[in-house]
Design a protein around this ligand. Sequence first.
Ligand code: AMP
Ligand code: MG
Length: 649
Amino acid sequence: MAHTPLPSARDSMEQDQFLTILSREDALARFEAALFPRALPSERRSLAGALGCALAEDIVAPIDVPPFDRSNVDGFAVRSADLSSVSEAAPVRLKLNDEVIACGIAPEKPVLSGTATSIATGGPVPRGADAIVMVEHTQPTGPRAIEVRRAASPGQFVSYAGSDIARGEALLRAGTLIGSREIGMLAACGIERVSVVRRPRVAVISTGDELVQPGQPLRPAAIYDTNGAIVTAAITENGGDATFLGAIPDNEQQLESAMRKALANSDMLVLSGGTSKGAGDVSHRIIARLGKPGIIAHGVALKPGKPLCLAVCDGKPVIILPGFPTSAMFTFHDMIVPVLRRMAGLPPRSDAKVAAKIPVRIASELGRTEFVMVSLVEGADGLIAYPTGKGSGAITSFAQADGFLKIDALADQMPAGSETEVTLFTPHVRVPDLVIVGSHCTGLDLVTAPLARAGLVVRSIAVGSLGGLAAAKRGECDFAPIHLFDEKSETYNTPFLSEGLELVVGWRRMQGIVFRQDDKRFEGLSAQDAVRAALADPACIMVNRNQGAGTRILIDRLLGEARPDGYWNQPRSHNAVAAAVAQHRADWGMTIAPVAHATGLGFIPLAEEHYDFALVKARKQRPAVQAFLDALASDESRAALARAGFRPA
Ligand code: AMP
Ligand code: MG
């Protein structure tokens, strides 16, 4: 009995393990030390199948390329000595041999002094000949002779055998990444199969009771498995041979059996989720039983990505990525890609980097290396990097970002105006033609659609109305979409404009009360009566909006002093309000008509909100700005806005 650890002792051990947080550098060094050096198994692959692999052997050229002396032009094979004294004034007549050397024809007759043989580009140079004269520099004279008016030097227009690739020459070195150019060299030498480092076989498992695969219907409280698809693709991108084994529920037995099976058939196992300290999080407990040395790091000073778990089980890397997709992606790229590429025999990634300035202060947690995704826009003197992160749970920030910056573990912030280095997600920056920073609205996508079709890159960064105004004042965007209500003047937007900004009228969004269509309490009522009815029923729960939202002002006016159940639930978007009501977490709230209709909710109109644009005057003449103004005024956009439930102004 003394050898059976008590549950409490086991728990404290695990917590301990998680609390020992390693620095990013330390964790990576220990992980690599446990895995390398190692033998990299190789396999023979056809040229097409070798694309993207690392060559496992040195390749020595087995033949000369070209394999024979070859003509580089269409013309005549000659003896240069016959033409040594030729000039325009003193042409030489050569007798034509009874042979035409096309590509693929081996010559049979020698070129004797005073003769020439007709030859095509790529034809083998016949015996006796040592130069080619271009057909343009000759003239036929009689049926079987030519006249040449230019001297020819020995070797003129001849590519000698082996001049491109010489037999016995080292063609490609082991470790070379095979791309289309390398494949071309191998094909030119007649090589059909090569030995390459075998792609590491990587099994991918998502964990979580809540996960549903894309393509399947979403049950209540479930989410789509994002990591499975991300991780599988990222493994393929970095030289691995990925097999996705699906999402496994948080069940220790089921997961252990899936992990053992996966590991038996692969060189590496990547899981995601279940690495936090939550009660359902079991994967890290299983790893300890899978092989030696087991867990190397559980908890790394990364943000996002602290719960990352790195293990080596009998020589094979086993990784648990954090559950949040953005965290999973960052930790995968930062900590797993270097190891995967080494196992695939590939060189480290060489990501492109650019210098940029940050417009706003970015707070950072002391002691953790922090990655911040950014969107790049063009400022007055160089690139500006806008943080786009919506927190570690957000996946869209990846799609909208151009790259990321890194804040050192020892820094607690990056001050506004700092110069920093941005690692790009793609090899080149494409600075957007039109930059829109402010409050987001689905109507915006309808207006920018024609610009996108015309090939303009439109970047819209959602930072809210006030954030947009600040960006516009600093001249970092073309437009700031705003919907700010001034209580004093009871007007929208205009009172908030400052020097250098001008108002471009956008559209109106009808705000009103949303409720479920089958809820009889609200049927046929005005907004005021609907709120009265809600307040009269203590079982009726509301969903509010955040302080500062224009919609919140309307709600507060309707409520007066009342603080019904749900008042403190204050989401930050129109969509979140609709979702709360649709999912029965609340019974009523206030949102805009297009969102209510898209969610299939009942809607009682109350007041129109003005969604307009603060235009940076200094940027008004830019072609993309003009294109946006044209699009905004076009019948096409106005019709599209109206169809979606907006009222173009
Ligand atoms: P966990 O580490 O399992 O506690 O997960 C942390 C968060 O990430 C939870 O909100 C999970 O629902 C979410 N999550 C875990 N796995 C996935 C996945 N494969 N795709 C999308 N979200 C996930
Ligand atoms: Mg989970």
